[in-house]
Each structure stands twice: as structure tokens, then as C-alpha cells.
Design a protein around this ligand. Sequence first.
Ligand SMILES: [Fe+2]
Length: 278
Amino acid sequence: MWSDEIIKGAGLGLRTSFIEEVYDYQLKPNWFEVAPENWIKKGGYLKKLFEKIRQDFPIVCHGLSLSIGSPDPLNFSFLKELKDFLDYYEIKVYSEHLSFSYFNGSNTYDLLPLPFTVEMADHIIEKVKIVQDFLGRQIALENASIYLILEKEMEEHEFIKYIVENAGCKLLLDVNNVYVNSVNHGFDPYQFIDKINPDWIEYYHIAGHDRVEENLIIDTHGQEVIDDVYNLMEYTLKKLGSKPVLLERDNNIPPYNELLQEYKKVKNLVEKHEKQII
Ligand SMILES: [Fe+2]
């Protein structure tokens, strides 16, 4: 009943803080994004609520613990749980971060930056192919917000191109992350968008951030989206084409009716440009 669903319009990251309120308002998100790690082991009342949401809304999964750039081997017991979850709920879209978080078996609980080298890109390509094969799905990788540039044999957009084209995966393009990196590392975010191939894109992320200094932004997902990021999102929709957009809000989450007001702004923007669907 879920397998042929279409993700279109604007989505919202599903949080336990407001899951009980989703049906209380006339305005409902077109779809939800969930972190599978937060729901795989859930039981009882929350699981029932999740299953009701799954019944009524399209869902995509955005993972937290794949750690694709890590030197550690892939965790196949996690991948098995993930595959069972995706298969059971008939979730087609699964994305992860172009970063790493595990090292020597320890979780750093952070999305750490990767060196933009051929060696790292090849390492990721090999792992993505194994993951896609195991899950029986094409996955998407998200461009990261980066605070420290490590070794760099190529530019970030070249690193993304190399991986996406050779691994046969998709890109989850986070427009806020492009903006954050452009301020922190001093480049033109519009020129970055111009270098992205529309064919790579699964969907977009938009989010708020904290500007702590003139040239330093921390990607908190804890504030409202600023106008500069909306403008970059609008440019991206025009330049790269309409795809679904997900509003991320992970911290400092306002009351649900307030979050819906921001969601509505994103939805209006997407619908203005919506011409095609995934
Ligand atoms: Fe994101």
C-alpha cells in the first residue's frame, strides 16, 4: 500500500516532541523524514504513533550512523536492522551524510569532515556500492557543513561529482550547508550551486543555523531559516529544478503550531517552483 508513494512538495523532520499533534492541525506536512536509528527499536505507544503516521504519510529515511567515510568496516548488524526497517515500512529513499562519525569502534557523536582526496572518494565509492547492494536501494549522500578543511586534492563539488558518478548514488543537497560553508570558508554559494548536476539530486534540505561571528556559522538546525538561505534555495530550485524540500529542525524546537508556520513558508516556496516529482 505504501510502495508506489510519491514524495513531492515540502517535508518535515518527524520528532517525538510533536508526533502526537500532527493530526491536530489542518495544515499537514506533505511527507516526513525520520532518522531510522531513532525508530528501529521503538516499541509501545510511540511505535503505534509512528505506524499511524507511516500509514498516512510518505516517509523518507535520513540516517545518522552509517559513517560512510570512516576507516572502520561497515556495521552489517546495523545494516540488517536498517534493511528490515526500510523493507517493513516500504521506505524507498534512504540518505546519509558525506562525513564520518566512527573511529576504531568508538562513536564520536559528530559528523566529522573528510579529506577531499581520490583515496577517500574511492574508499566511499566502494562502501556505497556495498551498502546499495545490501539494502537493494540506491542511496543518497548529503553534502556536509564543514568547519575544518583537511587535505584537499579537489574542490568539494568535484569530490561530490566523483563519488556520485562512480558510486551510482544520489545527492541530498543541503542548501543551508552550502551557505554555512560559503560564509565559513569564503566562497560564493551561488557558484557552488551552478556546479551541481541536477540529475544527481534526490531532494533538498533547508535549515536554520547560528551565526556566532561575522565569518563563523554553526549549523545548529536550532533557529528559523534566514532570508539569505531562502534566497539560495529559490535560486537552486530555479537553476537545478524542482525537487522536494525538507525543513530540518533538530534543536530548540518551537511549539508545533509555530514550526508549522515556518513549514508553510517552505511549502509555498516549493510549490511555486514545483514542476516535477520524484
Ligand atoms: Fe541537512
